[in-house]
Design a protein around this ligand. Structure first.
Ligand code: CO8
Length: 261
């Protein structure tokens, strides 16, 4: 496994655990973190033995407290535009990574940190997690899809509230408003996230990808187009050996033996 400067990775069975490792800067996302994470997720997605990933932040305080303000402070506007700054995140985490991954949010998920968490297939949060898009306090706005994904996740009222006031929401509010899938006691976060990932990793791999594609389509299409897309995916997946094995195993009252084909 590659050595990274700003993250650590561990393959545990079929689950890849990726940890943003800049705790002194509350895991702020700088250009090196971006490059390291893209490489780690490329490695995960391309490794047939890996079925699900978990992304978290090192230390007890933060998942990621945002894009690195110190890196951005003196950056000329023309450079943001010329580099299409932040484009790589969305491209990589939402389109290029086909396998499922979970964000395990252990503390602050602010600005770019909240945006990266929202790029995950779902979020499991510690009861100490705090979410927010405080960019307005810096004189800017979310730049990695936060205004769009937050509005889709929690609706206009809360998205406007968070973006315009810059306030944080705690884990309970994030769960009740639909931003996170589960909230667990802080000390149980990684066990919960890893066992959810292991459960996904035990599923037929192509079915996992198809389920992810189908749910994602709900945010890109009309209902009619989405239902048609889902049906076509179902019909395609019905041709896999794992479909035959899954149904046979059910009837024979045994665990399925997936081949990934
Ligand atoms: N970037 C760089 N360093 C950070 C960041 C960050 N986002 N967040 C925290 N740090 C650093 C602090 O500077 C501090 O470093 P040092 O010890 O060297 O002074 C260290 O982490 C610890 O932080 P604090 O001392 O501030 O810890 P507190 O517990 O007092 O406060 C907070 C924690 C509330 C999380 C506070 O650190 C904070 O408000 N952080 C910034 C949160 C924020 O504003 N995030 C949004 C950033 S902007 C963004 O993500 C998208 C920008 C899109 C721009 C689009 C342009 C095109």
């Amino acid at each position: 496994m590659a050595d990274y400067e700003t993250i650590t990775t561990r393959k545990q069975g079929a689950v890849t655990l990726v940890t943003i490792n800049r705790p002194d800067a509350l895991n702020a996302l700088n250009t090196t973190v971006l490059a390291d994470l893209i490489e780690a997720f490329r490695d995960f997605d391309g490794d047939e033995g890996q079925r699900c990933a978990v992304l978290t932040g090192a230390g007890d305080k933060a998942f990621a407290a945002g894009a690195d303000i110190k890196e951005m402070a003196d950056k000329p506007a023309a450079d943001f535009y010329a580099e299409d700054f932040f484009a790589g995140w969305t491209e990589h985490f939402t389109r290029a990574t086909r396998k499922p991954w979970i964000a395990a949010v252990n503390g602050f998920a602010l600005g770019g940190g909240c945006e990266v968490a929202m790029m995950a297939d779902f979020i499991i949060a510690s009861d100490r997690a705090k979410f927010g898009q405080p960019e307005i306090k810096l004189g800017v706005l979310p730049g990695m899809g936060g205004s769009q994904r937050l509005a889709r996740a929690v609706g206009k009222a809360k998205a406007m509230d968070l973006c315009l006031t810059g306030r944080m929401m705690d884990a309970a509010e994030a769960e009740s408003s639909g931003l996170v899938a589960r909230v667990v006691e802080h000390d149980r976060l990684m066990d919960e996230a890893m066992s959810a990932a292991e459960a996904i990793a035990r599923m037929a791999p192509l079915a996992a990808i198809a389920n992810k594609e189908a749910v994602d389509a709900a945010f890109e299409t009309t209902l009619d187009q989405g239902i048609r897309f889902e049906r076509r995916l179902f019909q395609a997946i019905a041709a896999t050996s794992d479909k035959a094995e899954g149904m046979k195993a059910f009837i024979e009252k045994r665990d399925p033996q997936w081949t990934g084909r």
